[in-house]
Design a protein around this ligand. Structure first.
Ligand code: ATP
Length: 207
């Protein structure tokens, strides 16, 4: 099975592309979803979050309130709380993504995609056979981020600037999907990648 990483900057279009992969019959596993599941109500991760961060970061339904958690982490200048949260979430995400990869391989899938926003930041490229970066012009990225989040232009720029540079994500990719056009163009590019992987699987795999 070809285990593909799908990455790109904030609001670049990763999730939209992931949907087009699903439409093309390719299963997508989301690192963000696994991270959510790792601290879902009743999970061992949720118990650990309560131990480290207290009852105050939970809402009435027993869900971790990510905004409150984020505020605590942001206010902690030492980075210690962030490390503690990552120590709770990351091992579980890693176990679960491995489990999913093996499950999809065992059932005979030819291609599977792992949507992982922080692929380059976390230096995980060696775990994949091939890498797709969704790229976008900075003007459109700001526009789409503002439209989705309600951030001001300055805030949107600041979020983008704080990320790993897109150029490096492009250079490190085997496939680049440019999302400067409309959704049809985006879907076409995704379908072309699926078709090319089905006819010519990548040589010299990274894993
Ligand atoms: P993040 O990682 O920040 O959550 P993302 O990379 O997954 O974002 P999406 O959520 O897919 O990005 O797209 C960001 C926003 O831009 C969404 O509101 C989406 O509907 C919109 N969008 C994506 N591609 C296009 C396009 N080609 N034309 C118009 N809108 C688009």
């Amino acid at each position: 099975m070809i285990w593909m990483a799908l990455t790109g900057g904030i609001a670049s279009g990763k999730t939209t592309v992931a949907g087009f992969f699903s439409d093309a019959g390719v299963t997508v596993v989301s690192a963000d979803k696994l991270a959510h599941d790792a601290i879902a109500p009743g999970s061992p991760g949720a118990t650990d979050v309560r131990r480290v961060f207290g009852d105050g970061v939970f809402d009435e339904a027993g869900q971790v309130d990510r905004a409150k958690l984020g505020a605590l982490i942001f206010a902690d200048g030492t980075g210690n709380l962030k490390r503690q949260l990552e120590a709770i979430i990351h091992p579980q995400v890693r176990r679960q993504s491995e489990f999913e990869r093996k499950r999809l391989e065992a059932r005979g899938d030819e291609i599977a995609v792992y949507e992982i926003p922080l692929l380059f930041e976390k230096n995980l490229i060696a775990e994949f056979d091939s890498i797709i970066t969704v790229a976008i012009s900075s003007e459109l990225q700001v526009e789409r981020l503002m439209a989705r989040s309600g951030l001001t232009k300055e805030q949107a720029y600041a979020r983008i600037q704080a990320q790993f540079p897109q150029d490096q994500k492009i250079q490190g990719a085997d496939f680049v999907i440019w999302n400067d056009g409309d959704l049809k163009r985006l879907r076409d590019q995704t379908e072309q990648i699926v078709a090319s992987l089905r006819t010519t699987p990548p040589h010299g795999r990274r894993r």
